[in-house]
Write a protein that binds this ligand. Sequence first.
Ligand code: ZN
Length: 417
Amino acid sequence: MEPVGKDHPVIRKAWDRLQELGGISDESGRLTRVFLSQGSRRAAEKLSAWMREDGLDVCHDALGNVRGRRHGAEGGLPLVLGSHYDTVIDAGRYDGALGIIAAMAALDLMATQGKAITRPVDVLGFADEEGVRFHATYLGSRACTGTLGPALMEVRDANGMTVADAIRSEGWHEGAQDIVYRKGEVAAYLEIHIEQGRVLEETGQPLGVVFSICGQTRGRVTLRGRTEHAGTTPMPLRRDALAAAAECVLAVEAHAAGNAPLVATVGKLDVRPGAGNAVPGEACFTLDIRHPDDESRQKAVAAIKEACASISGRRQVAMDFMIVQESAAVACDPEWTERLIDSANSIGLGDVPVLSSGAGHDAVVFSEVAPVAMLFVRCLGGLSHHPDESITREDLAVAVRAAAACIEKWNRQAHEG
Ligand SMILES: [Zn+2]
């Protein structure tokens, strides 16, 4: 059998599809596809057409989620492979799209090699993961897991339109049918995604397997000192909120630096009154704290809070430390993670890195209804959410082969077990 490298017809086709999909945009000159936009509809129609071309049984729902199913000879619970086709503003071509196209290519490869499938395999393309339009993430996969509840349906976009109204007036209703998987209706959910970090590049490995998707704490810290004249207030008498915040920002950085794999970020800082000739009376900053282990994350949040409180106390500014949002870490299924590692080994990869994911993915939502696993693919410089996002056709080939090997192993084990 000819080796499946970057020039194999299946890989070439998948690569061309990635490039073509990357050219479907809401804007000219850059890639942006937001929930229910014209560009999103064209992308969904294109994905459906490709799925049909590959011989899959295709359907879509009103949100624009698309599904291609390869029926298994023996029925049973489906294995679901998926990712999202919406993007951030001025995005790259691979974040999300890779997971859909590579999954299709894995099935395509098995078909061209005459490998039969005993149980159904579904490829899903989700209409929203990034949450650009409604600032609420995972709308697509939430609909597909029956967890898009009434509260989310009432969230509004910048024009005041709710999710419910947007689906009603802009949805893909023609021929739509619900695509919903409830607990116990899925064998597993598997997602292929670009790594978005630099670990694989640094270790020289094309693929990594994810053991956990980090839990997150988002917080807001407000420090209140005293606004005073910048010329007349002696230094020892000041209660400068910004100087205190600066010290807190460095404390946050130092704490994370000393507690890997913890990551903590202050990404936004607002200062009042924000005048060049006034001692800042108020400083408010955001916190983003992530760790693959929830207990460690909670400990870190407590330690950071204590450090900020101590700095505030010494500088005589009042502190308000608020947790805005928290999400628990998602552990990937050990059996599927092992199967992915075996699959990577079976195509000649040794020492496959086992990583945590610092970013959230549709797998987080699917973990509520099924065991989940993730395969990371090396991307250039770890760059994502950027037009220069880049992978190689060689790495695409490796990812497709590993995914196909994994589907095959599952088929065989399901058949035997
Ligand atoms: Zn993504």
